[in-house]
Ligand binder design. Structure first.
Ligand code: BG6
Length: 491
């Protein structure tokens, strides 16, 4: 879809920071290459540091060379992009500095404005109030909030309340970059663009659902930051819970922001609390120890720079979630994520029930396996459906074997580049479409559920279980579905 875009000023607070350089500016550059930025759209970096526009352009160029493969860029695109780039020095805590945004004529009558807050959430409130006091919160102006949106329900509410003193819910875009991933959107296409799956999408046909986000990286030099969060806050509360919502929600009436979010919130409210002793039977926490990943020795959590051996922060979590509604009664949702695991991959697996009655001989019965729909988000984007087949050959009798029907998105759309999540999301903010962003009530409901689990963890002296880097997490996490007579889907 080529959107004809209205001119927009995109102001990035934290414009010189890591997120801006690694993700946001490369994404905007890709939009430039694809002709998706209006001719007079401007991109303005904002941060405390004094810097000229030329210095900022040079800094961005260096980042693009590193993060946008050279083969796709060319001089013409760069000179167009460079002409859009400017810089304003603003101390987010100094209200008077915001007058400089007015000096730059930000938000002229012909344009919308996107203020992207790629800063610490502790600054969100003061940035929003300074913007408002300079008249920069008009209806056509929006703010984008990066995670972490708090570290529990109370702190998340406090951030939200401060922001909403000056911006309305319609103007606030809470980003979860997982929702911008192509395959995640494809999940919606699969569910609601086909008649094939939806009639079988319930507890009568589905045995269990598994969501795995497995990472090989460790804390990437940010031990202190990570240790304050842990896998539950960093990955489960947002990315994984959002994936769960898209799998479990009822079909929305329309693909628009409130219709989709109204359905997601119903799932969040139906999540069964995991509290007290349940936290021990239904969740497993882990911390990585030294190990080997792809033949390379890697340090343990406590060997990382800045670490504190007293930490009980989890770098791995696996849990069984249950959704108490008619559609999902009795269907476990097994969720897991961790750092320094054996492979980097993310997938959603739908395991169907076994056939209700088998007509085959004992031997063939033993081979009967559940149908499985596997939606692989990364590293490669593909969808496969496992179905039972007869092994060819007269002498094989009715020997059955599972065979994958594969849909490789890379092959099916070989002339299409798969965009990075931030490209799609930035484009959506510019065109004022909040469908793939989180509403405040979703964020709060997710925190409420996560807070229950974390407070149960905090009431014990038990430490997270150690696992070797390069493994699949603590042994107890493998046992989690086994206790219910099931297995994790193998990578
Ligand atoms: C971020 C987390 O939100 O998502 C990181 O803070 C994590 O810890 C990252 O590594 C994973 O994102 P992706 O897109 O690489 O799977």
């Amino acid at each position: 879809m080529k959107a004809s875009l209205k001119a927009c000023d995109v102001v990035i607070f934290g414009g010189g920071g890591d997120l801006a350089m690694r993700k946001l500016l490369p994404a905007l550059y890709h939009l430039e290459m694809d002709g998706l930025l209006a001719p007079t759209t401007r991109i303005i970096g904002a941060s405390r540091r004094e810097m000229s526009a030329e210095d900022y352009q040079d800094k961005v160029r260096v980042a693009l060379d590193e993060f946008v493969p050279a083969s796709v860029g060319d001089d013409k695109v760069w000179s167009q992009f460079k002409a859009r780039l400017s810089y304003v020095s603003v101390d987010a805590q100094k209200e008077s500095d915001f007058a400089r945004l007015n000096d730059e004529q930000i938000g002229g009558d012909d344009r919308d404005v996107v203020f992207y807050l790629a800063t610490s959430p502790s600054l969100f409130g003061s940035i929003c109030s300074s913007l408002a006091s300079h008249g920069l919160n008009k209806d056509r102006m929006r703010v984008v909030l990066e995670k972490p949106l708090g570290r529990d329900l109370d702190s998340s509410r406090a951030i939200n309340d401060e922001v909403m003193e000056n911006f309305t819910e319609q103007q606030v875009f809470r980003i979860d970059h997982y929702l911008g991933k192509e395959t995640v959107q494809n999940l919606l296409a699969i569910r609601f663009g086909n008649t094939l799956f939806e009639p079988l999408w319930d507890s009568a046909h589905i045995d269990n659902v598994q969501i795995t986000v497995s990472e090989t990286v460790g804390v990437e030099g940010r031990w202190g930051y990570y240790d304050d969060a842990g896998a539950m806050r960093d990955m489960v509360q947002n990315h994984i819970v959002q994936l769960l919502c898209l799998v479990a929600m009822e079909p929305p009436g329309r693909m628009d922001a409130d219709s989709v979010r109204d359905e997601k919130i119903k799932v969040l409210k139906a999540l069964r609390p995991i509290e007290g002793a349940n936290a021990y039977t239904k969740t497993v926490r882990g911390q990585y120890a030294r190990g080997v990943i792809k033949g390379k020795e890697v340090p343990g959590y406590f060997d990382e720079e800045g670490s504190n051996p007293a930490s009980r922060t989890e770098t791995f979590v696996a849990l069984r979630a249950d959704i108490d509604n008619w559609r999902w009664a009795g269907v476990p949702f097994y969720l897991r994520t961790g750092k320094r695991l054996g492979q980097r991959y993310s997938e959603i697996v739908i395991q169907y029930k076994t056939v209700p009655h088998s007509i085959f001989s004992d031997e063939s019965n033993r081979q009967l396996q559940r149908n499985q729909l596997v939606i692989r988000l990364q590293p490669e984007e593909k969808i496969s459906l496992t179905v039972m087949n007869k092994v060819p050959g007269a002498s094989e009798g009715m020997n059955l074997q599972p065979v994958d029907l594969n849909l490789s998105l890379t092959e099916a759309f070989h002339n299409k580049r798969s965009p990075e999540a931030y490209e799609r999301l930035l484009l959506d903010v510019m065109r004022n479409d909040a469908t793939l962003f989180m509403r405040y009530d979703e964020v709060e409901a997710a925190w409420k559920w996560v807070d229950g689990i974390m407070s149960a963890w905090n009431q014990t002296s038990e430490r997270p279980k150690e696992y070797a880097a390069g493994s699949w997490g603590p042994a107890a996490s493998m046992a989690l579905p086994i206790k219910d007579g099931r297995n994790w889907h193998d990578y």
